[in-house]
Design a binder for this molecule. Structure first.
Ligand SMILES: [Zn+2]
Length: 328
């Protein structure tokens, strides 16, 4: 029923592979080049001592040139050195400072709020009707939903993005992420990034996603990422052990449940400090989203990605302005 051959799946896999390859390629290329030159040196010494290749020596004496076989070996060595240089140049592109504008939309509930909803719940709730209207608007205006992997690859490696990229994020892992957001995203062939609070899924809390649902979403191409274990304030009363528990603990749980290590983090209530960012980097998080408003992202601050908040009161004209004004 669910389409699984979307553009972003390929993009995401490609981005993940790209993130790993360059260093391995350099090591491999340098290793092979070194081994090859060693073998050539040892080989030619051996031949000089034993006279094992008199034909080659005779050739050289007669013509003053290297034997064609020797030239071929030197050619291969030169090729490997060139390969290592290209790989090194490719990896160096990582240090380039880049600035990219991509709206990262921040949603919470995609559902009609209950009659007794307080003003916070109302503010955080976008009805499925409005959400579908927003997706239709994005589609009609040629936007392409991308993942945070795509943005990260563009920021750090200069990967090309589609003309009008947009990232759709959903915080907290509410049940309506599966019941409402997921089918609509699927219908409009757009990828969503869902930040889950892992203890809430472990406890099978009412009103939240189950791991089974999260797995189904991930298998259909949605991105399941990390929003801590208990939604704790990471900037207050959270020491190093607490940060490791909240960040590494949730990342490992997602890896076990979904089968893929999360690489992107969403600060609970948008709260963070330097120590939280240190722990994020130590556990291998590539980037993190905040609740600070904006669409401009810089490559040297990937742990402070800005977002555009979509509220219950956001109507389509305002929505159009929010995602488009940066283009003018
Ligand atoms: Zn949250």
């Amino acid at each position: 029923m669910l389409r699984t051959t979307f553009y972003w799946i390929k993009r995401r896999k490609y981005a993940q592979r790209r993130a790993v390859v360059p260093r391995a390629v350099i090591l491999q290329a340098v290793g092979i080049t070194h081994l090859t030159s060693e073998r050539l040196r040892i080989g030619s010494n051996w031949r000089r001592l034993t006279g094992a290749r008199p034909a080659a020596i005779f050739w050289r004496m007669q013509t003053g040139h290297h034997h064609p076989r020797r030239l071929a070996q030197l050619g291969w060595a030169a090729l490997l050195i060139a390969w290592a240089l290209v790989a090194a140049w490719d990896a160096q592109a990582d240090s380039t400072r880049r600035r990219i504008r991509v709206p990262i939309l921040m949603y919470h509930y995609i559902s009609v709020p209950p009659p007794d909803a307080d003003r916070y719940r109302l503010d955080l709730s976008v009805t499925p009707e409005h959400f579908a209207e927003q997706l239709a608007w994005l589609r009609d205006h040629d936007f392409t939903a991308i993942t945070l992997d795509d943005l990260y690859a563009a920021l750090t490696e200069g990967e090309r993005l589609p003309d009008r990229p947009i990232i759709l994020t959903f915080d907290d892992g509410y049940a309506d992420a599966y019941e409402q957001a997921f089918p609509l995203l699927d219908q409009y062939e757009m990828v969503g990034t869902f930040f889950v609070v892992t203890d809430w899924l472990d406890e099978e809390r009412a009103g939240y996603l189950t791991w089974e649902q999260a797995r189904e979403m991930a298998e259909a191409g949605m991105s399941i990422q990390d929003h801590s274990r208990t939604h704790a304030d990471l900037a207050n009363n959270c020491d190093h052990d607490c940060l490791v528990y909240q960040i590494l603990g949730s990342a490992q749980t997602i890896e076990v449940e979904i089968g893929q290590r999360p690489r992107f983090f969403c600060y609970p209530s948008g709260r963070y400090n330097d120590m939280a960012q240190d722990v994020l980097a130590q556990v291998g998080m590539l980037a993190a989203v905040t609740t600070e408003g904006g669409t401009l992202h810089v490559s040297d601050r990937p742990l402070e990605l800005r977002r555009v908040r979509i509220r219950g009161t956001t109507r389509i004209t305002e929505f159009a302005w929010l995602v488009s004004d940066w283009r003018e």
